[in-house]
Design a protein around this ligand. Structure first.
Ligand code: EPZ
Length: 416
């Protein structure tokens, strides 16, 4: 198992480029199975989750060609299996979005409860209710879900919970359903709007993506097309927090600052100076005062940035409250942050207080999941001395060649 060895406590400086968004690219791979024609997917981050998705799709019959770095062609002229390979499906939460094209193309889909990060319960009732509303039959056997439908029929679906992959899956399911589907209480993340634009470019008729109500008028079939992955807002935000926490001057390039307004608010309140341009953000070293942060669905503060921002608060003056509203297990990683010297008080599974500033101590740490792993990386870059992060597969799931990119801005980090 690869490890990162880091010598922290140094200021960083320079430019860092943001990759394409993992959580947008993964959905484009699934959307490519809705058509028999080739789909070219560009600006794809070369991360482990993308490799798992490509592997999974190949087991279903379609061809996935890795044309060059960041570019893939998916040709799903054949889709001859209805089963999401359980071992991969259990590892990858995004595998659940494949249920839509598989059901549409084969009339059936069999899949395990999808996995991903260990951040909470992660139920799938939104999907099950949605498929039933569109006329599918759902059963469960030997730990696998089994959904069948000869032809999905348009319906009104009011999601009982705002779900990103739930909205994406139902939007895809409705694209070729008979009649009109109205989706209410949808998630509004930029990745959803981007997916809808791509589907429309292939012939779908989707209106309202990016708002809470999406209306999909069913079309006969979709053609092929090209999808350009939008910049990863979580990666851009992570780099901005890294710069602020290590008091470094970093220019984050190739990002979409508009997707991160809630983060800019938090950083500015914390005293961080920012120069925000059209596709770039410069973070200028500054003194830090604490802020309260509450995660929320887009356009609120992203849960995926909760762990990095906790590290930032350990470096800020005063006591800040972090309220994680989306996942009940996503603050547990702070136990290890405490062992690094952070002054963290857990009030309940959703709320912690962080008293700063504290000097973090270097440490040998296990990366429990993707975003917490990246937060540890920020923490050890703040801490003077040698630290080791184990299980970096978790970080590789979502951040492309992170050590190489961090080295370019002066970080002392090695993969061994
Ligand atoms: C997506 O997960 C992202 N993953 C997550 O990113 C991200 O943390 C999350 O959205 C929230 O922004 C992908 O896009 C692949 P949800 P998703 O369904 O869609 C509850 C990362 O680090 N819920 O929007 O799985 C659920 O328990 C990952 O890149 C139900 O109750 O998240 C949670 O409390 C981690 N029933 C809330 O909704 C359901 O059927 C939001 O989850 C589905 C969800």
């Amino acid at each position: 198992m690869a490890q990162f060895v880091i010598n922290g406590g140094k200021k960083l400086k320079g430019e860092i480029r943001v990759s394409g968004a993992k959580n947008a690219a993964l959905k484009a791979f699934a959307a490519a199975l809705l058509t028999k024609e080739p789909v070219l997917i560009k600006n794809v981050p070369e991360v482990e989750d993308v490799s798992r998705m490509a592997e999974l799709i190949k087991t279903l019959g379609p061809k996935v060609e890795h044309i060059r770095r960041g570019e893939y062609r998916v040709t799903a002229d054949k889709l001859n299996s209805s089963e999401i390979e359980p071992e991969i499906g259990k590892k990858l939460r995004a595998s659940i979005v494949l249920t839509a094209p598989i059901l549409i193309r084969t009339g059936k889909v069999v899949f395990p409860h999808p996995g991903g990060c260990v951040i909470g319960e992660r139920p799938i009732d939104v999907f099950i209710d949605g498929f039933k509303a569109l006329g599918a039959n759902v059963s469960q056997e030997n730990g696998l879900y089994n959904i069948t439908a000869r032809k999905l029929k348009g319906a009104k679906i009011v999601f009982h919970n705002v779900s990103v992959t739930g909205t994406e899956t139902m939007m895809m399911s409705a694209v070729t359903a008979e009649g009109v589907t109205t989706l209410k209480n949808c998630a509004c993340e930029p990745e959803i709007e981007s997916l809808a634009q791509f589907l429309n470019s292939c012939g779908a008729d989707i209106k309202g993506a990016g708002t809470h109500t999406i209306i999909v008028s069913g079309v006969k079939s979709l053609g092929g097309g090209t999808y350009r992955t939008i910049p990863d807002r979580i990666e851009a935000g992570t780099f901005a927090i890294l710069a602020a926490a290590t008091k470094s001057n970093i220019l984050i390039k190739n990002c979409e600052p508009e997707h991160l307004d809630s983060l800019w608010n938090v950083l500015r309140k914390a005293g961080v100076r920012l120069n925000i341009g059209k596709n770039q953000v410069e973070v200028i070293p500054s003194g830090l005062k604490t802020v309260n942060v509450k995660t929320h669905e887009y356009p609120g503060f992203p849960t995926d940035l909760q762990s990095p921002v906790c590290v930032l608060l350990t470096q800020a003056e005063g006591q800040g409250l972090v309220h994680e509203t989306i996942y009940e297990g996503r603050l547990l990683w702070t136990e290890e942050l405490k062992r690094m010297g952070a002054n963290v008080l857990m009030h309940d599974p959703h709320r912690i207080s962080i008293q700063g500033p504290t000097k973090l101590r270097s440490r040998n740490i296990e990366s429990p999941d993707l975003r917490a792993g990246m937060a540890y990386l920020i923490a050890v870059l703040c801490a003077k001395g040698k630290s080791v992060i184990n299980n970096v597969y978790q970080i590789d799931r979502g951040y492309e060649k992170i050590e190489e990119r961090l080295r370019k801005i002066g970080a002392d980090i090695k993969r061994i």
